[in-house]
Design a protein around this ligand. Sequence first.
Ligand code: GDP
Ligand code: MG
Length: 303
Amino acid sequence: MKSGFISILGKPNVGKSSLMNALIGEKVSIVSPKAQTTRDRINGILTTDEYQMIFVDTPGVHKPKNRLGEYMEKCVRTSTDGVDAIVIVLDVTRKVTEADEAFIEKYLAGAAPVFVALNKVDESSYERVYPIIDKLSYLTRAEEGRNAVRDIIPTSAKKRKNIDVLKKCLADVLPEGPMYYPADEITDKSERYMIVEIIREKALILLNDEIPHGIGVEVRTMFFDEHGTAHMSVDIVAEKESHKSIIIGAGGEKLKMIAERARKDVENLIGHKVYMELFVKVRENWRNDALVMSDVGYDSKKG
Ligand code: GDP
Ligand code: MG
């Protein structure tokens, strides 16, 4: 049996969470068109007869501006300690910069094998992807003080292009090891945590840029009735009164849409019918408040 931890790194919005979900074949981490939606570190688990891969999805690398930002950054720093492989994700629809190259080189100084995924090839062309491979090819040769990139793999998380190729590359470098998690587990996070993430995802997508990252989600109560239907009461925590009305929307339309979309995904997740009530509460400055942060699912002391 082979097993190991694989860190997925890269700038916000390049498709790290999408790639992890594609590798696992299930939606474990939330995906949104907005940067920095993955706030916490989340492990996704893929178990086959030959191996167990534990993917560590990280928040995008960025400069912290508040307590939540600091926590996110800490999650990234600790997520490459002692991992067995690293996948650095670049978005081929954007320019590959010197900073991207420096970022890759930094990890090549460590012991873990590094792979580069050139993601979103479905939105690009051979003419655009090839020069990027060419530009980065010097990194596939080892140099004094750094290892070589093991492979540069054009991928599409969305269209599932080369996902199996990437998986095979990773399987090849995995060390012998134990099963860290039961074979049927796909994430280290609790059901409640996943529910929070689903609701946050729907809210972020539906709210567009109206409320930049200013919401928390808290599952207040959850129980199953005699018919097996899950009843949950959930709070969306906003920073300001003005945000509250945006989240609720005219005639409560927006909140209804968030609840309806979230309900479907939560039903898929838990395999039960779901009855979901959403409330919006205002807690000023929740992102800088350690107590409220742990309340809405982020433990500022761990990581
Ligand atoms: P992260 O911030 O790096 O975790 O990125 P996400 O996985 O949240 O994805 C950011 C955005 O890019 C979302 O809108 C995704 O749907 C989109 N995306 C991710 N992978 C692909 C891909 O392979 N092709 C295309 N066209 N879009 C993608
Ligand atoms: Mg993400």
